[in-house]
Design a protein around this ligand. Structure first.
Ligand code: AMP
Length: 465
């Protein structure tokens, strides 16, 4: 069968092929095709790639295979594969992927992150693990209490390294890497390549294969887009009408502000819809509950801010609704990439107030095409200037270093604080805000459309940490 043969050609064994078939993965994505054979061969990897390209499977599959090839008994508090991720959401998703791909391979995996009780995490560690996915702060806490021991790590993955640096985790990462055995295989991923990321990679990798997977800057063909011209005050009613009248399986509604997300949730609740909101002010538990419910289809409507939505990866989203248009056109591409994933079709509907007409124009310029209109735009001149844009420090590129510095200055205690608007959440927010413009991850079948470049950087033998 095509499904299995193409992954099988990459050298994956039957238990993994069966899991992939169950996941519905038909063919390996470009980064999977390129990375898997090399990781299987034991090579270090430097992947410049974003979420949405299939990178999780690109590292998880060969690492599971590597562990299977050399079975070892599990030791209490130890793991063989350690994956470091910047946020709890991303860590949770990577953990889920290991569980899904490794379900026939007898993989035991656990995830640890801050803001929740450490008890179940310590219990999972006590039993011994194959794979541990962790955010840096909580991992160091557990190591400090001797509840985790990193001496057995054979494989290290650092995911979204640029975001980790933005969030001020650099010292934590260096500390963790310093505790690991020197002989190991390291896989390093980052969406962007600022100098700090380069230098961190140089210090951790040995003769890595370097892969660059560039997602296209335009939305996938599988997403059909349209725009409604609606005055701001009528948007709520319009949304309710759409939710009632159009068949939708799973909907993400994007609002620009947290306040707006909460208000909309209350309004939709009143109108009889089971909606959940997710943003940086929600506690970890609230966010997890909202996401779980959304995945299990209980509330088919998830209201999200851009920041909170970053890193969330849910299959089967049929509709993305832009309740407000974003300031940065790239954010629009990012948002609508939440639907039409993995070959499925999706719809993106945007609400555009008179004040937002210039933002719509900027989006159309980026897309180099007009978005089909579902009603006639109101008469009247376009506003001469859009609302004030986000301050420079929150915008693409320029703010990165200031964001990272301020994130870095916070104390660890603050970063790890759990409920309410956690510092981690705030840092994630900042980081997402500064990168939203540059990460024109048209996400979706970036899987299908990514254009990978392969380059091997030799002569990088330093492993100073
Ligand atoms: P990632 O970049 O790892 O976050 O993956 C993005 C999405 O693509 C996830 O929903 C994966 O389940 C999905 N995916 C990964 N690899 C494949 C594949 N070979 N075929 C179809 N979907 C995939």
């Amino acid at each position: 069968m095509q499904t299995t043969s193409s992954f099988a050609n990459l050298g994956l064994s039957d238990p993994l092929l069966r899991a992939l078939e169950a996941e519905g993965y038909a063919t390996p994505t470009p980064i999977q095709q390129l990375a898997i054979p090399h990781v299987l061969g034991g090579r270090d990897l430097f992947g410049c790639s974003q979420t949405g390209t299939g990178k999780t499977a690109a590292f998880a599959l060969p690492l599971i295979e590597r562990m299977r090839a050399r079975p070892a008994s599990r030791a209490a508090r130890r793991c063989r594969t350690l994956v470091l991720a910047p946020t709890r959401e991303l860590a949770g998703q990577i953990h889920e992927s290991f569980v899904a791909y490794g379900r026939h391979a007898g993989v035991r995996a656990a995830v640890v992150y801050g803001g929740v009780s450490q008890r179940p995490q310590a219990d999972a560690l006590a039993r011994g693990l194959d794979v541990l996915v962790a955010t840096p702060g909580r991992l160091l806490d557990l190591v400090g209490q001797r509840l985790a021991d990193l001496q057995g790590v054979e494989f290290l993955v650092l995911d979204e390294a640029d975001r980790m640096l933005d969030m001020g985790f650099i010292r934590d990462i260096r500390k963790i890497v310093g505790m690991l055995p020197k002989t190991r295989q390291t896989l390093f991923f980052s969406a962007t390549l600022p100098a700090e990321v380069r230098s961190l990679a140089d210090s951790m990798l040995r003769d890595p294969l370097e892969l660059t997977v560039t997602p296209q800057a335009t939305p996938a063909e599988t997403v059909s887009q349209s725009v409604f011209f609606v005055p701001q005050r009528e948007k709520r009613a319009k949304l309710v009408e759409l939710l009632r009248d159009e068949p939708m399986a799973r909907v993400i509604v994007f609002t620009r502000t947290k306040h707006g997300a909460d208000r909309l949730q209350r309004d939709l609740d009143k109108a009889g819809f089971n909606a959940a909101a997710i943003h940086g002010n929600k506690s970890q538990n609230q966010r997890e509950r909202a996401l779980d419910a959304f995945k299990s289809n209980r509330p088919p409507v998830l209201i999200a801010t851009d920041i909170a939505a970053r890193g969330i990866d849910v299959d089967g989203v049929s509709h993305v609704i832009n309740f407000e248009l974003p300031h940065e056109p790239e954010t629009y591409v990012h948002r609508i990439g939440r639907t039409g994933r993995a070959g499925q079709t999706g719809e993106a509907v945007s609400f555009c107030d008179q004040e937002e007409r210039l933002r719509l124009r900027a989006i159309e310029q980026l897309l180099r095409r007009e978005i089909p209109q579902r009603n006639t735009p109101p008469d009247g001149p376009l506003p001469t200037e859009d609302e004030p844009r986000s301050p420079p420090h929150q915008r693409q590129g320029r703010g990165r270093s200031s964001g990272s510095r301020s994130a870095g200055r916070r104390s660890r205690g603050e970063r790890r604080s759990g409920g309410g608007r956690s510092a981690e959440g705030r840092a994630a927010e900042r980081s997402a805000a500064v990168t939203a413009g540059s990460s024109s991850r048209a996400s979706t079948p970036a899987v299908a459309s990514a254009a990978p470049k392969v380059r091997s950087i030799r002569g990088r033998h330093r492993r100073a940490l």
